[in-house]
Design a protein around this ligand. Structure first.
Ligand SMILES: NC(=O)c1ccc[n+]([C@@H]2O[C@H](COP(=O)([O-])OP(=O)(O)OC[C@H]3O[C@@H](n4cnc5c(N)ncnc54)[C@H](OP(=O)(O)O)[C@@H]3O)[C@@H](O)[C@H]2O)c1
Length: 256
């Protein structure tokens, strides 16, 4: 089993490692030493090993995950001495393969991946570019790896990794909107999340209709579903979502 090293042990490293272990990944996981508190907790909780330097992690890893913040990542990466038999996985948003390649003297294979925090519960749809068998296999331990064929598709998928976060806010709004004295927030939470899960399951399984067609099929004339949906459409509630996605895509392409 491959040894996985993390350079940068922050939020992403933590949820990914917890997900890998929960999914029964039994290979060695090595951590860079900065952020000692988190590394120590992960070492205890998830059987990781904290090494004394970034280079020590790089030296001992088959798969090296670069999980530092975008602004610092190229410099950190350029300081590592790597071997051409290793695989770099960059989870850094907005930094292209070309930029990463230019930052290293080694002809190391580089793949981008974008796991989201549901990795922790084994449920991250993780986009990968370019496809690589070892990387696909790794992220399948904490969800489902989805390889895309172009870097532009990867950027588009990265936007959806942000939309993932917006769902939580939408859930929160719906829970607040429906909680009352007779309908406690626990029940509202259970139903808001259950309905979202149910809608996602049906949309995924029903290959004969798009999600919009399913909505149209349910929200027919005279139904309560249509009453609410019409109000949302009249108020152009969905347009800002499109605009927000476009804003991120423009920004990601600009950073390339
Ligand atoms: N979090 C997410 O939901 C998410 C989702 C998708 C992609 N990403 C990507 O994942 C990357 C990490 O994000 P994050 O949220 O995990 O950030 P984070 O919590 O800030 O973690 C980054 C870690 O890198 C450490 N670090 C800084 N300089 C370092 C160095 N020279 N060597 C080793 N470690 C160093 C930081 O330590 P200090 O705190 O001491 O500076 C911090 O612990 C980002 O590039 C982001 O684009 C994140």
């Amino acid at each position: 089993m491959k040894t996985v090293g993390f350079i940068g042990v922050g939020d992403l490293a933590e949820y990914t490692i917890k997900g890998l272990r929960a999914g029964n990944y039994q290979g060695r996981i090595l951590l860079s030493p900065r952020n000692q508190r988190r590394s120590k907790i992960l070492a205890e909780l998830c059987q990781c090993k904290v090494l004394h330097s970034n280079q020590a992690v790089a030296d001992a890893s088959d798969l090296l995950i670069l999980s530092t913040r975008p602004a610092a990542s190229l410099e950190i990466f350029s300081q590592l001495k790597l071997r051409s038999d290793q695989q770099l996985i960059s989870v850094v948003a907005g930094i292209s393969i070309d930029a990463l390649t230019a930052a290293t003297a080694t002809g190391i294979s580089i793949t981008r991946a974008m796991p989201v925090s549901s990795a922790e519960v084994g449920s991250s749809p993780t986009i990968i570019y370019p496809s690589n068998a070892s990387v696909l296999e790794l992220f399948n331990y904490c969800g489902k790896s989805i390889a895309v064929e172009t870097e532009s598709a990867f950027e588009q998928g990265s936007v959806l990794a942000c939309v993932y976060t917006w769902y939580f806010e939408l859930f929160e709004q719906l829970i607040k909107a429906t909680t009352s004295r007779d309908f406690p927030s626990e029940l509202a939470t259970e139903l808001v999340l259950g309905m979202a899960n149910g809608a996602a399951s049906l949309a995924r399984q029903d290959k004969s209709r798009t999600p919009g067609e399913i909505a149209e099929y349910i929200a027919t004339e005279g139904t309560f579903s249509k009453l609410g949906l019409d109000l949302l459409k009249d108020r152009q509630a969905f347009e800002p979502w499109t605009e927000a996605c476009q804003l991120l895509l423009d920004r990601l392409n600009q950073d390339d």
